[in-house]
Design a protein around this ligand. Structure first.
Ligand code: AMP
Length: 384
């Protein structure tokens, strides 16, 4: 089976590594260069998209910010899974909010802003503090403004207006203003839906962000009521989109309630722990769904965690002395803040996982993993 992935980053790479044993060959379309490449070596295989589409039995995507013309061409081939509509929803917060409303799932109160009148209305209708997020191409905390009260509204509006005015030709920007949610923690649900409509989800994962970017995820056996609440949301969104593949949903947890923050129509950073911590990893399950193979079990094998390596191209080799620890590099050149790789670690109990996480935090340089130690210490306190 041959599959073309739109996007040639680490997610395409990890898909390729995961499904080689299933005899699924992955090629990746590098949207920047327009070439179809080998996702591991990045060697050019084809010079254009058309040859990539011809090669593929199925086409999928590793990110949602793909230009609409490329999506339309792939959709027309009849090979694209999930559909272009599902991919677009993940890349436009306006469509995403409309989907959440349609599916009747809880999310933060919001207003879409396209004009100054919308902005003024949002200030009147929503409660402070507010977070304002660019509707398009905003991820990992980029393209965002925060508003504590009305006092700096004028300068924020000027900033947003400049952002609107600077749009490329043909692009109409908007901003989604959202009430800040006083959440207890952030969690996400990664799951898969096949073409027959069967769904399987992994356990909810607790996520810690550092400066708006995911830094640590922890997956353990979770409260069944909360898991059922998240699964219900997953099913309603995945069914509404007639989704095929892995889909991730990020939530804010307040007490026992989950509010959807955003959805990602793809394998997700908060699901990387599944490589060692679940029966079938998210990358394999995505390709199983896309290629019409039966979904694999999403059961947690044992408590597991993932630590992102951001902006560093080396870590002390001594971390590999810690039992049940694996290192995954993405083969990318070093840049400040860039996702360069991740570390997975598992334990037979949460206590053992916490102890191994603490051993990692002791070895990893504090400057590059600055919030790791306090976060792990708090987790260790919770489970001991
Ligand atoms: P996003 O790009 O929507 O995932 O936002 C990045 C991060 O900003 C989230 O992971 C949260 O930590 C924070 N954030 C986003 N929206 C809200 C909100 N409505 N209330 C509180 N925190 C938020």
């Amino acid at each position: 089976m041959n599959v073309l992935v739109l996007g040639a980053g680490q997610l395409a790479r990890m898909m390729a590594l995961a499904v080689k044993p299933l005899n699924i060959n992955i090629r990746a379309f590098d949207v920047g260069s327009g070439n179809v490449v080998d996702p591991l070596s990045t060697n050019i295989i084809f010079g254009d998209l058309a040859q990539g589409i011809e090669f593929a039995d199925f086409i999928t995507a590793e990110f949602e910010h793909i230009d609409h013309q490329t999506l339309a061409i792939c959709q027309a081939s009849g090979k694209l899974r999930p559909s272009s509509q599902a991919i677009k929803v993940g890349g436009d917060r306006r469509l995403e909010k409309n989907l959440l409303i349609k599916c009747n799932v809880a999310n933060a109160k919001h207003q879409i802003i396209e004009t100054k009148a919308d902005f003024d209305q949002a200030l009147d209708n929503l409660s402070f503090p507010l977070i304002l997020k660019s509707a398009l191409a905003g991820y990992d905390g980029k393209g965002q403004w925060r508003l504590k009260d009305k006092s700096n509204a004028d300068s924020i509006w000027l900033d947003i207006k400049a952002f609107f005015d600077g749009a490329e030709q043909g692009v109409k920007h908007a901003v989604v203003a959202e009430q800040m949610v006083p959440f207890d923690r952030e969690v996400s649900l990664v799951g898969a839906r096949d073409s027959q409509g069967n769904t399987l989800v992994y356990p909810l994962t607790e996520n810690h962000h550092t400066q708006g970017v995911l830094s640590v995820s922890i997956a353990t056996q979770i409260d069944e009521t909360l898991q059922a609440q998240a699964k219900k949301v997953f099913d309603s969104i995945a069914n509404e989109l007639d989704y095929i593949g892995v889909l991730a949903i990020e939530f804010f947890q307040i007490g026992e309630q989950l509010l959807v923050n955003e959805i990602a129509p793809r394998v997700h950073n908060s699901g990387h722990w599944t490589q060692q911590g679940a029966d079938t990893c998210q990358f394999e399950n995505h390709l199983r769904a896309v290629c019409d193979l039966p979904l694999g079990s999403t059961e947690l094998v044992r408590p597991s965690a993932m630590i992102n390596i951001l902006g560093e191209d080396e870590v002390p080799n001594a971390i590999l002395n810690i039992a049940s620890t694996t290192l995954h590099w993405y083969g990318k050149s070093k840049r400040v803040g860039r996702k360069m790789g991740h570390i997975n670690v598992s334990g037979n109990s949460e206590q053992q996982l916490a102890a191994r996480l603490m051993s990692l935090a002791d070895i990893l340089p504090e400057a590059a993993f600055d919030e790791l130690k306090p976060y792990v210490a708090a987790y260790q306190n919770k489970v001991n």
